[in-house]
Design a protein around this ligand. Structure first.
Ligand SMILES: [Zn+2]
Length: 401
């Protein structure tokens, strides 16, 4: 993307991770006409839109006819009908794909988008746009580029504005299919966890790569890899995050539905503790020495790094739970849990262990072997990662200011 196109095509994601997406989509109060304010400021055009809450958005200009387009996610198009008679003229309002709504506002002259920000305000969120007059030829170039982008996007583009801030624009995700080799993991009804998760990881890798994410697999065949080694491999490729993929067995009736685990000294519950212990046991049986002690200084450094990483991990876990719920993936009663999984002990990058389902549950087995269900799960992971990356970059940018 050229700088000009980036300016014309601003994408931002400011999703509140506190409420599940599904709950956000359900509330649909009508926006009052005065929610949209337009003013001339020194020849520029100021456009302000008040919304009930922060939401992913993107804005761009289009030619023929001249218009400003605002796409909003998780905002019901019905709620936007109050804006149909806008200060700029009749607005086109419609639903576009995947829960996004579009407002098209007529422009009196060619403009370029100089700035676009979504800020939290007392009763919700405020989208503020500043438009500067643009020469006709340049405007047409902006509009053509924006139209080309608009025609082929289907999820937030997280690379453009990061490149503008000089950050590395590739995200590296380490996928860690659990078990393998001498350690098949859980087994039930002719299925093994190691094999299922390798397949799941390979499918997920394709979904992520299609979204421009670099993916690394800690194992890509049926081989044993020690837990420490998995972390080392992820670190070596510069992983921004690691997802460990599992489908374990628990006692009948105890577990069903997807569960997301974060590292915790004390397990959330006995079943979680049992899960973490059983994974270490596989390493012990394979002859890996877990008793290696790091020296005191290293431990202090690791604690410091974890303090930095921890809130980022929590936001990723919550975002993932929200995205899965949004995708109608059956989740465990308490979907985000903690346990002392050794594979989650990397202090320097966020890592989560996902129980995609439990092999001990017939219902979960049916899901795990259903390609369509897996695709829904994988798409939800992709969306959660992209939103999280965007959100973390915004946080970093805010801290720098
Ligand atoms: Zn496992």
């Amino acid at each position: 993307m050229t700088m000009r196109v980036v300016l014309a095509f601003v994408l931002a994601v400011g999703l509140s991770l506190i409420m599940p997406l599904a709950a956000l989509a359900e509330t649909r109060p009508l926006l009052a006409p005065e929610s949209l304010q337009v003013a001339r400021v020194d020849g520029d055009l100021s456009v302000v839109l008040d919304l009930p809450r922060r939401t992913p958005f993107r804005v761009y200009v289009l030619a023929d006819p001249l218009r400003l387009v605002v796409d909003l996610r998780d905002v019901d198009p019905v709620a936007l009908q109050g804006l149909a008679v806008s200060p700029l003229g009749p607005a086109g309002i419609r639903s576009i794909r995947d829960g996004w709504s579009r407002i098209a506002l007529p422009l009196p002259a060619p403009f370029r988008i100089a700035s676009a920000t979504m800020a939290q305000v007392r009763d919700g969120a405020r989208l503020s746009l500043r438009l500067e007059p643009r020469e006709w030829e340049l405007f047409v170039q902006d509009a053509v580029a924006a139209a080309a982008e608009a025609a082929r996007w289907d999820y937030p583009d997280t690379t453009g504005d990061a490149a503008m801030r000089g950050e590395k624009d590739r995200i590296v995700v380490a996928l860690d299919p659990g078990h393998g080799g001498v350690d098949p993991g859980a087994q039930a009804a002719g299925l093994t966890e190691a094999e299922l998760m390798l397949g799941f990881a390979k499918e997920l890798a394709e979904v992520l790569r299609a979204a421009g994410v670099d993916v690394y697999l800690t194992r890509d065949s049926d081989t044993f890899v020690a837990l420490d080694e998995r972390i080392t491999r992820a670190r070596t490729v510069g992983a921004d995050l690691m997802l460990s993929l599992h489908a374990d067995s628990l006692k009948q009736g105890e577990a069903t539905g997807a569960t997301i685990y974060m590292l915790a000294r004390r397990a959330s519950d006995a079943a979680s503790e049992h899960l973490a212990e059983s994974h270490d046991r596989a390493d012990l049986l394979a002859g890996v020495d877990l008793a290696r002690q790091d020296d005191a200084l290293a431990l202090v450094m690791m604690d410091l790094a974890r303090t930095e990483t921890r809130p980022r991990t929590e936001r990723l876990a919550q975002g993932l739970a929200d995205a899965l719920r949004h995708a109608r993936i059956g989740m465990h009663r308490r979907p985000v849990r903690g346990a002392a999984f050794s594979v989650l002990k990397a202090p320097d990058f966020p890592s989560l262990l996902i129980e995609v389902g439990f092999l001990s549950s017939p219902r979960d087995r049916a899901h795990l072997t259903d390609p369509q269900w897996r695709a829904r799960f994988q798409t939800a992971i992709r969306d959660a990662i992209l939103l999280w990356v965007q959100d973390e970059r915004e946080r970093t940018a805010r801290l720098r200011r």
